[in-house]
Design a binder for this molecule. Structure first.
Ligand code: ZN
Length: 295
């Protein structure tokens, strides 16, 4: 039986709608695939040796601005460059039982997380001791200038004043000491634990502590920003097995630092004029263990 014209038109319309629906679905699926591939390749990129410093910094920047809940983290330019003192409301005094001396302060949230980590470690016979926490700009200035002016010798019994080229002098000090205004210790989120010698952590009691931290610190939000220099971390400080950072807060501070601190802010100490030539922000502040970026 022949169909009426109206029936044929209706049938054809339905066919067109079906085709449109399938086409729309295909477009949505393709877009989703592109997004997934883009995301995966960004993350994979951090582990490739072909990624140079600027490429890693770009990724660091993306990640830091991406996935953190920053709503209740107090921040300011003064906190970022250490121009605060112990009375700042972000800091708390560490009770002596957790430290090797009096008057060590830490960021409040970082200390709360440390307490949980401390107790978990103690349960399995691992004893954690804080040697250093918050350090102000003024404190870092004393450390830096003592080295810069030869009052305190550098690693290897070198006197910095024997190095007449200022840029080279700064680079030698920067192997282990930060310039004022550029230390993660300014934030109160970073602590030095148990010993300031890498060799301590290579055998005996030190090794036990280090192995426990490597396995468990991440659970409490702590990460070691100065891992061994090499393919994963191309520039910056030498390895520091004792330095641990509470990343949930430190990530916010690092991302703010990258955004608002310039070389204009890094001054007021002997040798400050070398800050830009040695690229202390790009090669030291920003050069951290890539694993820490995901903590
Ligand atoms: Zn440290």
């Amino acid at each position: 039986m022949a169909r009426s014209l109206a029936e044929i038109i209706m049938f054809e319309n339905r066919k067109i709608k079906k085709v449109q629906l399938v086409a729309t679905l295909l477009i949505i699926l393709s877009l989703a695939a592109v997004l997934i591939i883009k995301n995966t390749s960004n993350k994979a990129l951090t582990n490739t040796s072909s990624c140079d410093i600027s490429c890693k910094d770009k990724i660091l920047d993306d990640i830091l601005n991406d996935d953190i809940n920053t709503s209740n983290i107090m921040t300011s330019k003064e906190i970022l460059i250490g121009k605060i003192d112990f009375s700042n409301e972000t800091l708390v005094l560490i009770p002596l039982q957790y430290a090797n001396r009096e008057s060590i302060y830490m960021n409040k949230e970082a200390f709360e997380a440390f307490l949980e980590m401390y107790n978990a470690a103690a349960e399995v016979g691992v004893s954690l001791k804080i040697l250093s926490g918050f350090r102000s700009f003024e404190h870092q200035k004393t450390i830096w200038e003592n080295k810069w002016n030869g009052r305190v010798k550098l690693t290897g019994n070198i006197s910095a004043t024997d190095i007449s080229n200022k840029q080279k002098r700064a680079l030698e000090i920067l192997k282990f000491s930060a310039m004022p205004g550029t230390s993660r210790h300014h934030w109160g989120t970073d602590i030095d634990l148990n010993s300031l010698n890498n060799s301590y952590f290579e055998s005996g009691e030190g090794r036990k502590v280090y192995d426990w931290l490597l396995q468990n610190a991440g659970i409490y939000g702590f990460c070691r920003p100065y891992n061994v220099k090499g393919k994963d971390r191309l520039a910056g400080y030498e390895e520091e097995k004792w330095h641990w950072s509470y990343m949930p807060v430190a990530k916010k501070y690092l991302s703010d630092y990258i955004e608002i601190i310039t070389y204009e802010d890094i001054k007021g100490f002997d040798g400050h004029e070398t800050a830009e030539t040695v690229q202390v922000i790009e090669k030291y502040v920003m050069s951290i263990n890539p694993e820490c970026k995901y903590k």
